[in-house]
Write a protein that binds this ligand. Structure first.
Ligand SMILES: [Zn+2]
Ligand SMILES: [Zn+2]
Length: 340
């Protein structure tokens, strides 16, 4: 009998998108659209994928009728006897469907380890799942929560939400391990509130203000946007207000409101806990990680202002306090440091 190794196991699942109860796109149609995108022709795409030409045309027609929009622009004539291209909508569809498939594949790997650990670790020597961390894979929720609680100072619902939000953000961006060397300074997170969850997001992603990879927007919203600097992809994840009431449903055994939310948020599926938007983020050059690209000198007080944060009022360059944007006001004149 052959020995079975952990890597011989795989958990498989299929994803397809349905519209009004009818399959709209799955693996096959994705391959078809990709082939059209790459070859610029339905005939060539048919040759490459082995899907008969007529069936391809039929599938395209069916999809276009279902959503009431054009997906493939085909034209006759020209040098190579016609061609075809995807409409922007179809290109978006391909991109998003690829991403969601990848997302399911990756979460399948995690689930396999989570639920079938008795199989995975029973061959030969038994290993603790803690030591099983692969170099390119994010740690489990429990481990990440523990670390986040350590740095935050206490266990709270915000830690659970923040850890889950960060894990989801990384998965959506195709970043397996945000702390791996290949993702160093390749990811930026915008947080929109200065409360508990923000610490958890920092702990999971390793994004920090000091590295310019964590940006704070004072919006008072329980939300964060995760940006992959390599691909430009960005997702804004908002913690839903409904989840507060739903927590009961997922932690029926708990009567204490605080514990109910803590446990409820652990169990609740992502789609109930969060709203996810694919977004674009305009990241100014001066806000990127790396050494300051600009220094200016305030014409009023002489203060050096880095990273293009100076103000120009009329012809005058000023620091923000001198421009009237200070959050502080002077109480006494300058203090002698040796007197402190
Ligand atoms: Zn807290
Ligand atoms: Zn100044």
């Amino acid at each position: 009998m052959d020995t079975v190794k952990d890597k011989d196991w795989a958990l498989k699942s299929k994803v397809w998108l349905e519209l009004k109860g009818r399959p709209f796109i799955g693996e096959g149609r994705l391959a078809m659209l990709q082939a059209i995108q790459n070859s610029g022709s339905i005939i060539d795409a048919s040759r490459k994928t082995g899907i008969p030409y007529r069936r391809m045309r039929g599938a395209i027609r069916e999809m276009e009728t279902a959503i009431g929009a054009k997906l493939v622009n085909a034209y006759r004539g020209g040098g190579n006897g016609g061609g075809a291209s995807l409409t922007p909508m179809a290109a978006d569809l391909v991109e998003s469907f690829e991403k969601i498939s990848r997302f399911y594949e990756q979460s399948s790997d995690t689930r396999l380890e989570e639920f079938f650990s008795f199989f995975l670790f029973s061959n030969g020597k038994i290993r603790r799942s803690k030591t099983k961390r692969r170099s390119n894979c994010m740690e489990s929720f429990d481990v990440l929560l523990k670390k986040s609680v350590e740095s935050h100072g206490h266990l709270c619902a915000g830690q659970v939400i923040g850890v889950r939000m960060a894990m989801l953000g990384c998965r959506l961006l195709g970043i397996d391990d945000p702390k791996a060397p290949e993702f160093k300074k390749k990811m930026i997170v915008y947080v929109e509130i200065d409360r508990c969850a923000t610490d958890a997001i920092e702990s999971v992603t390793g994004c920090r203000m000091g590295k310019r990879t964590l940006k704070y927007k004072d919006f008072g919203v329980n939300a964060a946007t995760f940006v992959n600097l390599k691909t430009g992809d960005a997702y804004r994840i908002v913690s839903t207000e409904e989840s507060r009431d739903l927590a009961k449903k997922y932690a029926p055994g708990e009567t204490d409101k605080r514990k109910q939310q803590l446990e409820g948020y652990k169990q609740m599926p992502d789609e109930e806990l969060f709203d996810i938007q694919k977004v674009g983020v305009h990241l100014p050059e001066y806000d990127m990680p790396g050494p300051p690209k600009r220094h200016a000198v305030c014409s009023r007080c002489g203060q050096v202002v880095r990273d293009g944060k100076e103000r120009k009022i009329g012809d005058e360059i000023m620091c923000r306090p001198c421009a009237g944007e200070g959050y502080f006001y002077p109480v006494t004149s300058e203090i002698e440091t040796d007197a402190v």
